[in-house]
Design a protein around this ligand. Structure first.
Ligand code: PLP
Length: 232
């Protein structure tokens, strides 16, 4: 179980098994391979094993890697996005998982309009209200919903969260439950479906699937341990 393609297949198998355990169709869960800090050679290995969907948490890293790789790959930005980098990153990414404020959503909407794009976005919710993390507070996302729906260039897919890290994956479950319940509440409030939930990482993606994740963001379990830490 040492090659990257073996690890990738093992994750796919675990995703399918977790989905089946809770009566979900395995194809309803996408695997975002989080390639941050890993070189393009590692990404090529994953591509050769059939993976086309990749996540990066830094704009510079996507801009450096994407041009060296096949154009049929799909890139998702999962890390904090500064307003001054929106124009650069939008042409390269299909989706942004880290829309954490109304101001950022407005910037993305305006610039997407200028560039003729309709990016998919997820609203990142900081459920534990951790001051070290970005994202909407729960109350903020409730209050901002109407203004967010008025932005016509962004396609709001749903919600994303990063629970406080704990090696025990069971401790992530209550956050996944809260994200799913918040999604339901917002759907009723806004009358607009929020079909997707971006939640679950290497250590807790199976629990996220049990709680309704439609896309799991898995890095180290595919690519190996990162040699230097990166902010989430
Ligand atoms: C790095 C990162 C991941 C992947 O983490 P792993 O533990 O390596 O699977 C998922 N989501 C975000 C936002 C990240 O920054």
């Amino acid at each position: 179980m040492n090659s990257l393609s073996d690890r990738l297949q093992a994750i796919r198998d675990r995703i399918a098994a977790a989905a089946q355990r809770c009566g979900r169709d395995p194809v309803s869960v996408e695997l975002l391979a989080v390639s941050k800090t890993f070189p393009v050679e590692a990404i090529r290995e994953a591509v050769d094993a059939g993976q086309l969907l990749f996540g990066e948490n830094k704009v510079q890293e996507i801009l450096g890697k994407a041009p060296q790789l096949p154009t049929n790959l799909q890139w998702h930005l999962i890390g904090h996005l500064q307003s001054n980098k929106v124009r650069k990153v939008l042409p390269v990414v299909k989706a942004i998982h880290s829309i954490g404020s109304l101001d950022l959503a407005r910037d993305v909407d305006r610039i997407a309009g200028e560039l003729g794009l309709f990016p998919q976005v997820y609203l990142e919710v900081n459920l534990a209200e951790e001051s070290s993390k970005h994202g909407f507070g729960v109350e903020q996302v409730r209050e901002g919903l109407e203004a967010l729906y008025a932005l016509k260039r962004i396609e709001i897919q749903g919600l994303m969260c990063i629970p406080p890290f704990d090696p025990d994956p069971a401790l992530s479950r209550p956050y996944f439950v809260r994200l799913r319940e918040l999604r339901e509440e917002l759907e009723q409030r806004g009358g607009v479906p929020l079909p997707r939930l971006s939640m679950g990482m290497s250590h807790d993606f199976e629990i996220a699937i049990e709680e309704g994740a439609t896309i799991v963001r898995v890095g180290s379990a595919i690519f190996g341990d990162r040699t230097y830490p990166t902010p989430a």
